[in-house]
Design a protein around this ligand. Structure first.
Ligand SMILES: [Zn+2]
Length: 503
């Protein structure tokens, strides 16, 4: 047989589209040409495949070899197709039985010695194979990740020579399926943070309704300490969510670590992060921080220091839960349903409002500093809370008053979320204005309170809806069926910025 086809899969965002690797041997000038890969990838792949075949004790055919990766218009990275190309060449030159490959899909990079190396993005491919009822042959080092897909018949190999010997003999056995490991849910405990009751309360409300939260306060007040504890008070990830999180990590630059199965992501990019690092992109589009934070927490410390244009890009995913990354003629969609936590100093020096009167900033400087955050972005942040520095008595107290553990807070968060999902099928942060009107019926006194506050704080229509959503969540945390004046009054306390602006 001078023609062989091996099935494989490309990686395109979180898609794993099928690719047929066709190998044809013909008489003519000996050589290997690969159609459908970028030039640089072709060169590298050609060298690896040739050396791996020779070093595994097989012949590299002294013929004209044409490899075609179809369809032509998919993005294709070189490495993952090494193994399918090598198997195709060996089958086309009758050095291995071709029928052994018929019902398989194959992924794997080769070393010059014939070792089969792990590749990125195995989980999305395994999920697809599982849905299509296909068998998947992968590098042994990718097994743990691929098994998370569940229901996909997996075969593994670690050496090209050994793999071919098995294909000649008894054939390739499937790996027995494995239970998914228990979810990793370790996060630092909220009980370790002293004081800061209002900030902790805001964090709990944010977690309960999946609201975005901005913490404003001087350096050293503990804003980052609070933020990093957010994943620990969120409900555990569901099975589907865990798979989505793992699939995102699987196609990222660092790959997926099976130790992180079931862990809510927590991402805290530095304010010097580029737009591409934050939202994703690149020649082979990779997920950015907002996608790596999918189903988890994105913490932006020193919010006004971020590039304004970069922050503006956050507005779309904050509404839609996904981001479209365009590159030349290609578009890739990545999920980006993250919970936004942000922090900032109250003024350039950080000490505005400090009781020791350390701030030397002029009102003009303070205004300029704050105006770096656009109104539309602030409008999209549901909760704003001031986080003061603890006084020395609170800091040095030998036996601080017992603080609640993350586990206790999470219990309330889960109950409040359950109420939301049973009532509306979604969290309060995601309610549309119409749904809000249905689920947030106010009595006359409460309506009056809200109307007065609206005028006094000159809230936009969007900010008004955010106050209502937060009120609904506060009521849910209190197991209350209706939203009362007390709930609305508390929600209004978390519009710190309008309050300041209104003086
Ligand atoms: Zn200052």
């Amino acid at each position: 047989m001078a023609l062989a086809t091996v099935n494989s899969r490309a990686q395109n965002g979180l898609q794993a589209d099928p690719v047929a690797v066709e190998v044809h041997l013909s008489p003519g000038l000996p050589g290997l040409s690969i159609v459908g890969l970028p030039e640089a990838a072709v060169r590298e792949s050609r060298d690896r495949v040739r050396a791996a075949i020779l070093n595994s004790g097989y012949q590299f055919p002294n013929r004209r070899i044409t490899v075609n990766l179809a369809p032509a218009d998919l993005p294709k990275e070189g490495g993952r197709f090494d193994l399918p190309i090598a198997l195709g060449i060996l089958a086309a030159s009758s050095q291995i039985p071709g029928q052994a490959l018929h019902d398989l899909e194959v992924l794997g990079e080769l070393s010059l010695s014939g070792e089969i190396r792990p590749v990125r993005g195995v989980l999305p491919a395994a999920i697809k194979c599982s849905k299509m009822g296909r068998k998947l042959l992968i590098p042994e080092a990718n097994l743990e990740e691929a098994q998370l897909a569940g229901g996909c018949e997996l075969k593994i190999a670690s050496q090209l020579g050994a793999l071919c010997a098995i294909l000649h003999g008894e054939g390739l056995a499937s790996v027995p399926p494995r239970q998914r490991p228990p979810a990793a849910i370790s996060a630092p405990d909220l009980a370790e943070v002293r004081g800061q009751y209002q900030a902790k309360r805001a964090l709990e409300i944010a977690a309960a309704g999946s609201h975005s939260l901005l913490m404003c306060g001087p350096p050293g007040a503990g804003k980052s300490m609070l933020a990093v504890r957010m994943p620990g008070i969120l409900p555990p990830l569901g099975e589907e969510e865990s798979i989505e999180v793992a699939a995102v990590a699987s196609v990222s630059a660092n790959g997926f670590d099976p130790q992180d199965w079931g862990r809510r992501p927590y991402r805290a990019p530095h304010h010097t992060a580029s737009g591409v690092a934050l939202v994703g992109g690149g020649g082979q589009p990779r997920p950015g921080e907002i996608t790596l934070a999918h189903h988890g927490v994105l913490f932006l410390d020193e919010l006004p220091e971020f590039d304004r244009h970069v922050l503006e890009v956050l507005r779309e995913p904050l509404e839609s839960g996904q981001i479209t990354v365009s590159r030349a003629a290609r578009q890739v969609d990545f999920p980006a349903r993250f919970q936004l936590l942000a922090a900032m100093n109250p003024c350039p020096c950080g000490y505005l409002g400090d009781s020791a009167g350390r701030c030397r900033c002029t009102p003009d400087q303070v205004l300029r500093y704050r105006s770096r955050l656009s109104g539309p972005l602030l409008d999209r942040i549901d909760l704003q809370v001031y986080v003061p520095r603890l006084d020395s008595a609170e800091l040095t107290a030998e036996t601080p008053p017992a603080a609640e553990s993350s586990t206790a807070v999470r219990e309330r968060v889960i109950r409040a979320r359950t109420r939301q999902l049973e009532r509306a099928g979604k969290t309060n942060a995601a309610l549309t204005p119409n749904e809000l009107q249905r689920d947030c019926v106010l009595d006359e006194a409460t309506r009056q309170l809200l109307a007065t506050a609206l005028t006094r704080l000159s809230l936009s229509a969007r900010a008004y809806h955010r106050v209502l959503k937060v009120s609904r969540t506060i009521a849910d945390l209190a197991d209350a069926a209706t939203v009362s004046a007390a709930h609305v009054a508390e929600a209004l306390r978390y519009r710190q910025f309008e309050r300041d602006a209104a003086g």
